[in-house]
Design a binder for this molecule. Structure first.
Ligand code: C2E
Ligand code: MG
Ligand code: MG
Ligand code: MG
Length: 281
């Protein structure tokens, strides 16, 4: 009986795996088609300066609404894109769309146009020279100054600190693009990379920010991140601010900027007009 149960468990387990593999394969196929048909979108989430209350930049976030699957979240499709190599096409699409949009904002808003931050996958960073070319092409094609673009790299990709990644970060910085470390505090941080790589911005991960009003440890972590970043001359952005009390705490800590649902979710560019010209204070 025990043996039969064991076999059944194995079979159920294998069927689970197979179903997941099939689902993943179908997701990959649909994503490939969607990318080719230009069916992905880019939404933008405001980042607010905690002194002025104004939107100083926006983060470009990929969105995918599939006709059959409905809306698929980046947490699901980015992994599929990375495993299948589609991340390079997806990354190029987001970069180019964000640059075109930033050029449009510059036309409409002049010097008040927000900077645009774009996420870069570790897989893109590993193909450094292709990425550097992509970025400089995108900036040139849309007439965007390099300083208006920020690229967010994850901690895990810089921790590996492979030759290729380090070189890519230096070359991107040399173009005049600003570099940010995303999801800071979630990896096994060897903090020393912050001094070796030309990054200017540290984004404290949402998991700490969302907990700063509930547990002391998170307060200490975020305060340490802000202190460390400022000590190294870097700017700090807090992700995932949902409540006023969290923002109050962030202001007390001297955190420079914040993004989160309290201010705004990521929205299509057309829905951002008002937010971009108004102050939250
Ligand atoms: P991320 O780069 O850390 O982006 C921030 C994520 O936090 C976004 O999720 C955003 O919608 C969410 N967020 C912001 N404020 C709040 C808040 O107050 N509460 C909550 N619950 N969430 C908040 P999203 O858009 O689902 O993206 C998830 C992740 O997928 C991103 O995390 C990023 O790592 C990745 N991603 C999204 N777009 C791209 C892309 O174009 N390229 C790459 N390589 N990765 C992307
Ligand atoms: Mg990001
Ligand atoms: Mg982040
Ligand atoms: Mg995050």
């Amino acid at each position: 009986q025990a043996k039969a149960d064991g076999r059944r468990r194995v079979r159920v387990f294998e069927e689970g795996l197979r179903e997941r593999a099939v689902a993943r394969h179908s997701l990959e196929r649909r994503l490939r088609t969607a990318l080719a048909a230009d069916q992905l979108q880019v939404h933008y989430q405001p980042v607010v300066d905690l002194r002025s209350g104004r939107v100083v930049s926006v983060e470009a976030l990929a969105r995918w609404d599939d006709a059959e699957l409905g809306s698929v979240g980046p947490e699901d499709f980015i992994a599929v894109a990375e495993d299948s190599g589609l991340i390079h096409t997806l990354g190029a699409f987001v970069l180019s769309t964000a640059c075109a949009q930033r050029a449009e904002w510059a036309r409409v808003l002049g010097p008040a146009a927000p900077r645009v931050a774009v996420n870069v996958s570790p897989h893109q960073l590993l193909r450094g020279s292709a990425l550097v070319r992509q970025v400089s092409d995108s900036l040139g094609r849309h007439g965007v100054q390099a300083g208006a673009l920020c690229l967010e790299i994850t901690e895990s990709s810089v921790i590996a600190e492979t030759e290729a990644c380090t070189r890519a970060v230096r070359e991107l910085h040399a173009l005049g693009v600003e570099m940010a470390v995303d999801d800071f505090g979630t990896g096994y941080s060897s903090l020393s990379y912050l001094t070796r790589l030309p990054v200017s911005v540290v984004k404290a991960d949402r998991s700490f920010v969302s907990a700063i009003t509930d547990d002391l440890e998170s307060i200490h972590i975020v305060r340490a991140v802000v202190g460390l970043a400022h000590g190294l001359g870097l700017r700090t952005v807090a992700e995932g601010a949902e409540h006023e009390s969290q923002v109050d705490e962030l202001v007390r800590m001297g955190c420079d900027q914040a993004q989160g649902y309290l201010f705004s979710r990521a929205l299509p560019a057309d829905d951002l007009q008002d937010v971009l010209t108004h102050s939250f204070w």
